[in-house]
Design a protein around this ligand. Structure first.
Ligand SMILES: *[C@@H]1O[C@H](CO)[C@@H](O)[C@H](O)[C@H]1NC(C)=O
Ligand SMILES: *[C@@H]1O[C@H](CO)[C@@H](O)[C@H](O)[C@H]1NC(C)=O
Ligand SMILES: *[C@@H]1O[C@H](CO)[C@@H](O)[C@H](O)[C@H]1NC(C)=O
Ligand SMILES: *[C@@H]1O[C@H](CO)[C@@H](O)[C@H](O)[C@H]1NC(C)=O
Ligand SMILES: *[C@@H]1O[C@H](CO)[C@@H](O)[C@H](O)[C@H]1NC(C)=O
Ligand SMILES: *[C@@H]1O[C@H](CO)[C@@H](O)[C@H](O)[C@H]1NC(C)=O
Ligand SMILES: *[C@@H]1O[C@H](CO)[C@@H](O)[C@H](O)[C@H]1NC(C)=O
Ligand SMILES: *[C@@H]1O[C@H](CO)[C@@H](O)[C@H](O)[C@H]1NC(C)=O
Length: 402
């Protein structure tokens, strides 16, 4: 019996040893530095509330990761709702009254479950720390969810990009999560929450220019030398003066090969290297995975559609592509208007409660939640009844582009 067990163990070991190591799906990526790979990111990864104008994605984070998204960009806000660890930080878009995607604890629990099921994958998390909260609050959640166990802390001597470990080393040490934060990161408080602007620069966000200019936008006055770079490749459209919403009608083009390739080439001309991160809205449109086949080509690997993600045929649920694409048109039709710009005009000439009421067929409806979306917690927003025209304009203005 003993020797049988030993034999089985020896065979198991042999098969482990001979199996080819894959890193983010490809053997050839194992020996490459973390900084020598282009990763696709989900802009506001949590913002996948059905038919909400404040959404940026169609599917939850598990599906995003299954599909091949490897950068999770998230806006975090102080909130009264706390996780079981007592920390009140939620994933909201501009305001938790507008789109409340739940606590970061719920979200990170989902991410950890995925990491445990996918031991050969390296991911990046980028926090927009909207309320300048202390990194120690985030660390409490990293610890309560056990994400801290998987998160990489660089040696203090880390100075250049080429010193970043290879994927194989990150996987070998099981430190497969790199975390950046845009404000208030402090290595003396939490060493694994890296100050974004020490390591990364970005091109402009909220672009309404489909050529996506590559100039360094943030950190203001910063340099590209020795830094990773992130290209914000999501297009907004201005429906009325300074009111930006994702240009969902252009997604087939924006997320198509030609637009991504042209953006990459433009940036290559400036920086002589490809971007490390490309951030997308509604990455799953078009549904044929064009964004992933593009990035595979850039990384010199072959794209294989996953079997378990959205792109592997998983249903899109009620939050469909057509739902996102037609949101404004639907409102337009139901409000008796014909185009997006006439809806915009309606927004400034009617109260939101009238629009909401029209949308759901009840002139007395006062639930902004019907239009603005509600969080995972199912919280009704209930603002419409008292909303003045000015508030509607401000709310619509601030929510959509950021
Ligand atoms: C990775 O290195 C190879 C070889 O030098 C280079 O061709 C490629 O552009 C690099 N990719 C990134 C994202 O730096
Ligand atoms: C994520 O979405 C998929 C597809 O709709 C669903 O099957 C899965 O249960 C969701 N996961 C979580 C944790 O909600
Ligand atoms: C959050 O808590 C503060 C302090 O208790 C309170 O003043 C505020 O109204 C609460 N906000 C919400 C949205 O519940
Ligand atoms: C946390 O993750 C590490 C690394 O996989 C594991 O060794 C440890 O058991 C986990 N702890 C908990 C409480 O799940
Ligand atoms: C752990 O990381 C160190 C430093 O990057 C590296 O030298 C070592 O090979 C890694 N260990 C494994 C098992 O990959
Ligand atoms: C993916 O779909 C888009 C939109 O329908 C189309 O333009 C593109 O050619 C398709 N790409 C591939 C690789 O099939
Ligand atoms: C990609 O697939 C082609 C055709 O199957 C094959 O010839 C090539 O070697 C593959 N490239 C890589 C990097 O695996
Ligand atoms: C319209 O909204 C009101 C208030 O939220 C709700 O009670 C009602 O069920 C909705 N009607 C439809 C048809 O969805």
């Amino acid at each position: 019996m003993h020797s049988f067990v030993q034999t089985i163990a020896a065979l198991a070991l042999a098969s482990v040893v001979t199996a080819q190591q894959l890193c983010n799906g490809h053997a050839s990526l194992c020996s490459r530095s973390y900084s020598n790979i282009t990763y696709l990111g989900a802009h506001n990864s949590y913002a996948a509330v059905p038919n909400s104008v404040a959404s940026n994605q169609l599917v939850n984070v598990t599906t995003q990761l299954n599909d091949g998204i490897r950068l999770l960009q998230n806006q975090a806000h102080q909130n009264n709702e706390t996780g079981s660890d007592g920390v009140g930080i939620s994933l909201c878009h501009t305001s938790c009254d507008l789109l409340d995607g739940g606590t970061i604890e719920e979200y990170l629990t989902e991410v950890v479950a995925w990491l445990e099921a996918n031991p050969d994958e390296v991911i990046t998390i980028l926090w927009v720390n909207s309320d300048n909260l202390s990194p120690s609050l985030y660390a409490t959640v990293y610890e309560s969810t056990n994400l801290s166990a998987y998160t990489y802390s660089p040696p203090t001597s880390l100075t250049t990009l080429s010193d970043l470990p290879t994927l194989s080393s990150l996987i070998g040490n099981n430190t497969r999560v790199i975390t950046f934060m845009d404000s208030n990161a402090d290595a003396s408080i939490v060493d694994y929450i890296l100050p974004e602007w020490d390591f990364v620069f970005e091109t402009a966000y909220d672009s309404t220019d489909a050529t996506f200019p590559c100039d360094l936008d943030r950190p203001s006055g910063g340099t590209s030398d020795g830094k990773l770079y992130l290209v914000n490749h999501y297009l907004d459209t201005e429906i009325i003066s300074s009111v930006l919403i994702p240009d969902t009608a252009a997604l087939d083009t924006t997320n198509g090969y030609a637009s991504l390739q042209a953006n990459y080439e433009g940036c290559y001309a400036l920086y002589s290297r490809p971007p490390n991160f490309v951030l997308l809205d509604y990455y799953s449109i078009p549904t044929n995975g064009s964004v992933f086949s593009w990035v595979a080509e850039l990384n010199g690997v072959n794209y294989t559609a996953p079997t378990n993600g959205l792109l592997g045929g998983e249903a899109q649920s009620e939050n469909t592509a057509s739902g996102a694409l037609s949101w404004w048109n639907q409102i337009a039709t139901e409000a008796g208007e014909s185009t997006i710009s006439s809806v915009a005009a309606a927004v400034v000439t009617q109260t939101m409660s009238t629009l909401v009421g029209t949308r759901n067929g009840s002139s007395t409806s006062t639930s902004w939640g019907e239009v603005g979306g509600r969080g995972r917690s199912g919280r009704e927003l209930g603002l419409a009844g008292t909303m003045s025209l000015g508030v509607v304009g401000v709310v619509v203005g601030v929510l959509v582009g950021l």
